[in-house]
Design a protein around this ligand. Structure first.
Ligand code: DAH
Length: 355
């Protein structure tokens, strides 16, 4: 074949190149235009020609390369369009494959439900630090200096930093009652001037106690504290708020019973039982045949606490209550082992859905 014939033959072939996808177009590019491609090889030969021959074949050679490039570009476009057409042809109304979504943690569900119930009677949420000081966890709450709760056995203390002056001991809070003291101290001035009439807060959060971990105890758990301070708050107000809560949480037929108890920060203090929601109060294994199960501690805020936080106890009175979120979750879902709440076993966690 003469050079002219080879040019013509190649010209025909590149003009008729066909491809149905982008990788085939690329294959063709390699076959003809890459360094070792047929068109490039022909150019290598062309370079060796005499000046006169170069003048004869030059135009045809350039034509050949342009044809190859143009055809490849054309193919690229056609094939690209085919792809986007195929995409558009997908049925956008088709129900997608279900995506497995997570579930809420049972403790979050219960905490939210407690907050939701009390928010309907005017409570808002207040939060405080988990790493606290002795003053807010014990001192302002009327704990005597020698109170056993302050003991290393119960409380995790944060090691003192050498050479740093600390006004009081730093520790992990053992109850969310510490948030009460922060809220009261902060609002005291406004209550005094009349700028604020009352305090009505819920304090949810994590608390820590130095306990050996078992099915029934853990070194951390969760509480929701409630505090209501205003003029003329009575024990009857406390009882009514708690009865409302119990019925909302455990059902309309739930009854409550308040037993005298002792907490340093409330006077009088009480523990509240609800009628066993499993046997309806008749007595069963769950309530140890008493018909009642304990759910929280409560009482009227001790005047000493009000005064320590800067609130005039002759003007203001209030009630407080505190409950364990795990305890309520156990009653609702009958979880026998407390450790399940913090082990993150998805087989356990998957069982809970918002109610
Ligand atoms: N702080 C108590 C505890 O951790 C719970 C408690 C009891 C909170 C009575 C209160 C209360 O506000 O009035 O065991």
């Amino acid at each position: 074949m003469t050079l002219q014939e080879r040019i013509t033959e190649l010209q025909t072939r590149v003009k008729e190149m066909k491809a149905s996808n982008l990788s085939e177009v690329e294959e063709l590019r390699i076959k003809y235009l890459s360094k070792k491609g047929e068109v490039s090889e022909l150019f290598n030969e062309f370079r060796t020609l005499s000046k006169e021959d170069k003048a004869v074949f030059g135009q045809a050679m350039n034509q050949l390369r342009q044809t190859a490039e143009a055809r490849l570009n054309e193919l690229k476009e056609v094939v690209g369009q085919a792809v986007s057409k195929a995409e558009v042809r997908e049925d956008l109304t088709r129900t997608p494959d279900p995506i497995a979504i997570g579930t809420r943690h049972p403790l979050s569900l219960v905490r939210e439900q407690i907050i939701d119930i009390f928010s309907r009677i005017g409570f808002t949420v207040a939060e405080g630090p988990e790493v606290e000081d002795d003053k807010h966890v014990f001192g302002l709450l009327n704990f005597a200096p020698e109170h056993p709760a302050r003991d290393m056995q119960d409380t995790f203390f944060v090691e003192k930093e050498e050479g740093v002056q600390q006004p009081t001991d730093v520790l992990l809070r053992t109850h969310t009652s510490s948030v009460q003291t922060r809220v009261m101290t902060e609002a005291a001035e406004r209550l005094r001037t009349g700028e604020q009439q009352s305090i009505r807060v819920l304090c949810p959060g994590r608390v820590y106690r130095n306990e050996a971990i078992s099915a029934r105890a853990h070194c951390f758990f969760h509480q929701v504290e409630g505090l209501y301070i205003a003029r003329n708050v009575s024990f009857a107000d406390l009882r009514q708020a708690l009865l409302y809560f119990a019925k909302e949480m455990f059902g309309e037929n739930t009854q409550i019973r308040l037993r005298p108890s002792y907490f340093p920060f409330t006077e009088p203090s009480a523990e509240m039982d609800i009628s066993c929601h499993i046997c309806g109060g008749k007595g069963c294994g769950f309530c140890k045949n008493t018909g009642w199960v304990e759910i929280l501690g409560c009482g009227m805020v001790d005047p000493n606490v009000l005064e320590a936080c800067g609130i005039d106890s002759k003007e203001f009175s209030g009630y407080a209550f505190g409950m364990g979120v795990e305890r309520i979750a156990n009653l609702k879902y009958r979880v026998k082992d407390l450790r399940l709440f913090s082990e993150n076993d998805v087989r356990f966690l998957n069982q809970f859905v918002a109610c």
